[in-house]
Design a protein around this ligand. Structure first.
Ligand SMILES: NC(=O)c1ccc[n+]([C@@H]2O[C@H](COP(=O)([O-])OP(=O)(O)OC[C@H]3O[C@@H](n4cnc5c(N)ncnc54)[C@H](OP(=O)(O)O)[C@@H]3O)[C@@H](O)[C@H]2O)c1
Length: 283
């Protein structure tokens, strides 16, 4: 019998690629979509595979429960969960409104927490499994202008580290995937700035345009093909002893080394210098 995996956020990006790669690797895949009407890309990419599109907005507890109930009924097992669904939010923290921060945490934190919780009884019944939490390099380092997003991924990292210990007795492995920049819809169709980001009277206005240019350069020059992240996720599904954290992609090694070796005071100085450059660049 083939192993069964549930992947959230499969309309585009890492999720779509992971559904295809897992299907090709022989998994039976339940591919969650926030809106089933957007499943055309998934359906055409997986026509000859055991990939089942599934209505699943991760912020809706009733949809989380229904998804797991369907898998239990049709397969009677669940070997893997990939909490991939996620949203970003650009803007300086003072500009972010409470409803925007709540919405972000609803998807990136409560969504992943609720999905994991809903899946655990079936995974335990299966005899174990793996939970891949799609974090980010922003789950380890908080960049100015991306603090809300970083806060949500830091929260996911904390929950997942504790879960790693708590679920180990049940043979359930928890892994944090920490990709760098990849060319997905998060930088296009799904790119989101907070409502106040471009307010002309904002004290942060001198930095906003420069940050825009900086992010555009990152996407242009550094961001890579997302399929390599999707393929790595599928390898991790089958890894009996995965590390807790898997930093991955552009600049992953140097940034991990810098994080370990550089005292925070130096990071702070570097950011302060960058802030000065960005403001002067704008003047
Ligand atoms: N791309 C990068 O450089 C990068 C780097 C580090 C981490 N990540 C993380 O990777 C994950 C996937 O992002 P991506 O880069 O592949 O971007 P993406 O192409 O925008 O994919 C995000 C997916 O999440 C779905 N989604 C959003 N809200 C949802 C909800 N409430 N319920 C269910 N699905 C929902 C989106 O569906 P709709 O489009 O229908 O809303 C979309 O399918 C995210 O967790 C992101 O934070 C991305």
């Amino acid at each position: 019998m083939s192993k069964v995996v549930l992947i959230t956020g499969c309309r585009s990006g890492f999720g779509l690629g992971a559904a295809v790669a897992a299907g090709r690797a022989g998994y039976t895949v339940y591919a969650g979509l926030r809106d089933l009407d957007t499943a055309d890309g998934l359906r055409s990419a997986t026509a000859d595979l055991r990939v089942h599109p599934l209505q699943l907005d991760v912020t809706r507890p009733e949809e989380r429960g229904a998804a797991v109930a369907r898998i239990a009924e049709e397969q009677g097992r669940l070997d893997g969960l990939v909490n991939n669904a996620g949203v970003a939010l650009g803007g300086f923290l003072e500009q972010v409104e409470e409803d925007e921060l709540r919405r972000l945490f609803d998807v990136n934190v409560f969504g992943a927490w609720g999905m994991t919780r809903a899946c655990l009884p079936l995974m335990r019944q299966t005899g174990g499994g793996v939970v891949i939490q799609v974090s980010s390099m922003s789950g380890r380092v908080a960049w100015p202008g991306l603090g809300a997003y970083a806060g949500s991924k830091f929260a996911l990292e904390g929950l997942s580290e504790a879960w790693r210990h708590e679920l180990q007795p049940f043979g359930i492995r928890v892994v944090l995937m920490e990709p760098g920049a990849y060319r997905t819809d998060i930088f296009g169709r799904n790119r989101t700035l907070c409502r106040n980001a471009r307010a002309p009277d904002s004290p942060y206005a001198p930095w906003m345009a420069s940050l825009d240019r900086l992010f555009a350069k990152v996407v242009d020059r550094i961001a890579r093909d997302p399929q390599e992240v999707s393929d790595r996720m599928v390898e991790l599904l089958d890894d009996p002893r995965p590390p807790l954290r898997v930093p991955f992609g552009p600049l992953a090694r140097p940034r991990e080394r810098i994080r370990q070796l550089l005292p925070f005071a130096l990071t702070e100085l570097a950011f302060a210098q960058a802030f000065r450059w960005l403001r002067d660049d704008q003047a």
